[in-house]
Write a protein that binds this ligand. Structure first.
Ligand SMILES: *Cc1c(COP(=O)(O)O)cnc(C)c1O
Length: 479
């Protein structure tokens, strides 16, 4: 009663009138098509529906709710001004089919961004096309093949990876048709030069590396590694998904890398997770420029254009020219931060990571295998907790949810037992870091039964993760 009384009577009459006039009466439908039972949908009013969905939205956890130290994923705060500007009509409403004369500003931004990324990484040319880090890696492998083919060096069918490599690396190598050669790390968690020397041969197309590696350790022998790889006639590939570890401090180009990919959606201000949109541009040294995908962005007689006339290019890798809004946000972010700002971001990312690591290790509840010095992330082991109290890395991760905190990455890299891979990033305050540290230590001291049954405070309790992967139920059936 109350609800219908709120509606404007004349308006209701008008709607009823239109209905009668314009829409066929239900009686005119053939009998066979007419529904026999009432539709089984909940009969709720607007208030109830709004509250239901608002409550659901609050069950989400994101970087705007709190710390999200997912190692290797760089889940950091992204300035809202980047979102704001990317939403301006002039940008958001441009279409890739528009004539280039009408999108000169967009092209100018992209070309400038390419140059900025060259400066940050020490590479000569960039392509902004790939939509993700993994696609950048795949493109890097296609370029590697094209390069060796061009040199009539067709026997090279192997790509070497260290055993700390991010999971997308072996996938990209395999998808590109290369044979994967994995080499074990030293006891310090770095590339074993002796093993690398043994693995390198006239069959090696490329050595793929992350520096700092996924343990957060900087490969200090990188110049020697670069010499060895190049002497064997292979290329050196840099997985720069997490360049926020070294921005403004060191450049992969100067370390001897030939190809680099970056994850703009990790380091350069695009919120990510849930599958995109992302951007994984790749940079190359001059000897590989002519192989980059088409179109290339160019400037001629004062006009920006898409250049398709690159005969040796590997072709196209992505529809149109990548995800423009992500490129735009990266451009704004880099402009706002400036040279010193980017450097400071890396310094704070590394400081935060080492601060957390030191404080957690002092508690002696968690171990950290391999060398002590870390960059933007560190990998703890819960092995001692497991031996002493039966608490696993997964239990710790689940219990963190009870405290309203997002867990770190777990069980990666594989060379650390019961791994917790923590990347606090540069955007967290000391108070938030301290809280996280305190909770991790508290969990280690809690009743093991409580931790093993966590989470208990969340809307969804411990889920059957194996069942969910083996038997996914992807649709909701209303009964
Ligand atoms: C995230 C990440 C990738 C993959 O990037 P996507 O955009 O998710 O495809 C590759 N390597 C490292 C080290 C990463 O952290």
């Amino acid at each position: 009663m109350y609800r219908s009384a709120m509606y404007d009577k004349p308006l209701l009459n008008e709607i009823a009138h239109i209905k009668k006039d314009k829409i066929k009466s239900i009686d005119t439908f053939p009998n066979a098509l007419q529904r026999k039972e009432k539709v089984n949908i909940p009969d709720l009013d607007e208030t109830q529906i709004v509250r239901h969905f608002y409550r659901l939205s609050q069950m989400n956890y994101g970087i705007d709710s709190g710390i999200y130290p997912l190692g290797s994923c760089t889940m950091k705060y992204n300035p809202k001004i980047c979102e704001e500007i990317a939403g301006w009509d002039d940008f958001a409403n441009t279409h890739p089919y528009q004539d280039v004369s009408t999108v000169q500003g967009n092209l100018e931004i992209m070309l400038e961004l390419e140059r900025m990324l060259c400066e940050i990484t020490g590479m000569d040319y960039f392509s902004l096309q790939p939509a993700a880090g993994a696609q950048g890696e795949f493109l890097g492998m296609l370029i590697t093949r094209a390069y060796h083919e061009l040199n009539k060096d067709n026997e090279r069918n192997e790509v070497i990876l260290p055993d700390t490599a991010h999971g997308t690396n072996p996938a990209s190598v395999t998808m590109a048709g290369y044979k994967l050669i994995e080499i074990p790390s030293t006891k310090d968690g770095t590339v074993d030069l002796e093993m690398l020397g043994k693995a390198l041969s006239e069959k090696t197309a490329c050595f793929m590396l992350t520096n700092p590696n996924t343990l957060g350790i900087f490969e200090s022998e990188i110049i020697e590694i670069s010499k060895m790889v190049h002497k064997a006639g292979a290329l050196l590939y840099y997985d720069g998904a997490n360049i926020n570890a070294i921005m403004g401090k060191a450049r992969p180009g100067d370390m001897g890398f030939d190809i680099v990919h970056l994850n703009l959606h990790k380091t350069f201000a695009t919120p990510h997770g849930g599958g995109g949109p992302g951007s994984g541009p790749i940079g190359v040294k001059i000897k590989l420029e002519k192989l980059l995908p088409i179109p290339r962005i160019a400037r001629k007689d004062g006009k920006y254009l898409f250049d398709y006339n690159v005969p040796q290019s590997i072709g196209k890798i992505k529809g149109f020219y990548g995800n423009f809004s992500v490129l735009l946000k990266a451009y704004i972010y880099i402009l706002m931060m400036g040279r010193d700002g980017l450097k400071e971001a890396s310094e704070i990312a590394v400081l935060n990571s080492n601060y957390m690591k030191e404080k957690i290790l002092k508690s002696e509840k968690y171990d950290m295998p391999y060398k002590q010095l870390r960059k933007h992330e560190f990998v703890l082991s819960c092995e001692k907790l497991k031996q002493e109290k039966g608490i696993t890395a997964k239990d710790v991760a689940k219990r963190l949810l009870d405290y309203g905190l997002h867990p770190p990455t777990i069980y990666f890299p594989l060379i650390v037992k019961e791994a917790l891979m923590v990347e606090p990033t540069e955007t967290e305050s000391k108070e938030d870091l301290d809280e996280y540290i305190d909770v991790l230590i508290k969990i280690a001291n809690e009743d093991p039964e409580l931790v093993k049954n966590a989470p208990i405070n969340t809307p969804v309790k411990r889920v059957d993760e194996v069942g969910a992967t083996k038997n996914p139920v992807l649709t909701w059936k209303m009964i």
